[in-house]
Design a binder for this molecule. Structure first.
Ligand SMILES: NC(=O)C1=CN([C@@H]2O[C@H](COP(=O)(O)OP(=O)(O)OC[C@H]3O[C@@H](n4cnc5c(N)ncnc54)[C@H](O)[C@@H]3O)[C@@H](O)[C@H]2O)[C@@H](O)CC1
Ligand SMILES: [K+]
Length: 471
């Protein structure tokens, strides 16, 4: 599991450790890790031209101490001082090692092999100031590798929001713990490759944000045993599709068939289309309440105005609500359900549920997903470039797989079928949602390999993604 902690928690852990260590020891640890990472990216420090962008706080101090180390190993190091002051001991260390202060900042970054962004870290507020933005633009336009210290300057560490201009780094070397913003877009895409330097912080067992890795998902996925039969493996009911959108039913069923449930029951008007593609489906044309026993329901993809949502919400099994099922969804009806509910909106649907604009949800995804989970007393999977899963309490999960090619019609239908199938197979709501998103993203990457991908291709790549995860 990759875990991330809010600034408040990181600062408390730092304070606790600093009290036990000699003055400056923690910063020297951080700087040693940073210098080693930079030397690695340069293929050796000797003879390299390194420029440090130095703000007025300790983030600049890290950059200065790391610069001193690189200078001692033969790099030509100069510092661009962007704050009202600079970390004094760090600057003295840099000078003592033969480094200097640049007199032509833009010229220096244009000639650099590597630029270190030490403008702001966890103490930064808002975007880059104009003088910093100018130098950062010049660095981006040069051929230099751009390495962010702790965080790309200008991004919000706790939320992943980017309020103004921010550094776009090739790599970020972060200290002690990942911060939520490093895992969540829009900030995540500013961070480049992530590297964590252990500085010995003791952090609480429960993080604020976490990201599943292969081994976590492998542990969650259901595996049939000798005495399993289709009913024990779970039956998932899919209420989807309409005369207008029969394809959504086919896609949701295609995801459900590859999610570990032993059988898929389809309920709705698109039974012929479903059977034509998936003859193994149990099809029922009447209302969901009469369809027979299921262990979890999926409702919503391509539903249009087809009735059925009330029946399903009144059932006593887990329900996943997607797409048209989310329209006018009543928080009190969801809250009073006796079994768990999973909602899977994209940003537009989440905005409608919250009564706000889509851009608002996209720019503050973490807050939006938490707010929805609280309001509905449900597990909420907010789709997007970094899909988030939140329950009423516990860490928010951020999905690390996926590809921009996944933004294609029908791919959400496959995801809802898949996650619903995992629910029917017995996974807890946040596990079903986050393992579903993980497999779905992995399948999309496999199916796409850098080319456009159709939703059905994603469904067909799910078994291969499943095998990848289980190693
Ligand atoms: N506290 C510790 O023990 C450690 C801290 N470390 C480093 O210290 C950093 C935190 O240091 P600080 O608390 O001094 O905070 P920062 O260095 O992140 O930034 C604070 C300074 O930047 C200014 N500032 C805020 N927003 C700005 C903006 N948008 N543009 C320009 N200037 C802005 C503030 O006025 C303040 O002077 C971490 O990110 C990490 O890099 C590491 O050395 C590891 C140990
Ligand atoms: K930084």
């Amino acid at each position: 599991m990759r875990t991330a902690y809010r600034v408040e928690t990181v600062r408390a852990a730092e304070a606790e450790l600093m009290a036990k260590l000699p003055d400056g020891a923690l910063m020297r640890r951080a700087a040693a890790g940073l210098a080693a990472a930079c030397a690695g990216m340069l293929g050796g420090a000797y003879g390299a031209r390194v420029v440090l962008l130095v703000g007025s706080g300790d983030n600049g101090g890290d950059a200065l101490y790391a610069g001193a180390r690189l200078a001692r190993r033969g790099a030509g190091v100069s510092a661009v001082l962007l704050g009202s002051r600079a970390h004094e001991a760090g600057l003295a260390a840099l000078r003592g090692a033969g480094g200097r202060v640049a007199d032509d900042p833009v010229g220096a970054v244009e000639r650099a092999d590597l630029v270190v962004d030490g403008i702001t870290g966890i103490g930064g507020r808002g975007g880059l100031r104009p003088d910093a933005a100018e130098v950062v633009r010049a660095a981006r336009g040069s051929g230099a590798v751009l390495v962010a210290v702790d965080l790309p300057s200008g991004v919000d560490a706790d939320t992943g929001e980017v309020a103004g201009e921010a550094v776009r780094a090739d790599a970020t070397v972060t200290f002690g713990a990942y911060k939520p913003g490093l895992l969540i877009d829009p900030a995540r895409e500013h961070a480049g490759a992530l590297r964590l330097v252990d500085i010995g912080l003791a952090l609480p067992p429960v993080p604020d944000v976490e990201a599943l890795q292969h081994e976590d998902v492998a542990r969650l996925l259901p595996v049939p045993v000798g005495e399993s039969d289709k009913y024990r493996r779970g039956v998932v009911g899919v209420v989807a599709g309409s005369a207008r959108y029969p394809g959504a039913a086919v896609l949701a069923v295609s995801g459900a068939l590859r999610g570990g449930a032993g059988a898929v029951r389809y309920v709705g008007p698109a039974g012929d289309a479903v059977l034509a593609r998936h003859p193994e489906t149990l099809v029922h044309a009447g209302p969901p309440a009469k369809a027979g026993r299921v262990q979890a329901w999926v409702i919503g993809p391509g539903l249009g105005d087809t009735p059925g949502a009330d029946d399903v919400l009144e059932s006593d099994v887990p329900v996943l609500v997607d797409a048209d099922g989310l329209r006018n969804l009543d928080p009190s009806a969801v809250r009073s359900r006796p079994a768990p509910t999973v909602l899977t909106p994209h940003a537009g649907e989440a905005a409608a549920l919250l009564g706000t604009a889509r851009e608002d949800v996209e720019s503050r995804r973490l807050e939006a997903v938490r707010e929805l989970a609280g309001r509905y007393g449900a597990t909420v999977l907010l789709k997007g470039s970094t899909t988030l899963v939140a329950s009423a309490d516990g860490p928010v999960r951020v999905n690390p797989t996926g590809t921009p090619w996944l933004a294609t019609a029908g791919s959400g239908d496959v995801l809802s079928g898949l996650a619903g199938s995992l629910l029917a197979a017995g996974l807890a709501p946040r596990d079903a949602a986050s393992a579903g998103a993980y497999l779905h993203g992995l399948a999309a990457r496999r199916a796409s390999r850098g080319a456009p991908v159709a939703a059905y291709d994603v469904a067909e790549a799910l078994p291969a993604a499943w095998r990848d995860v289980r190693g």
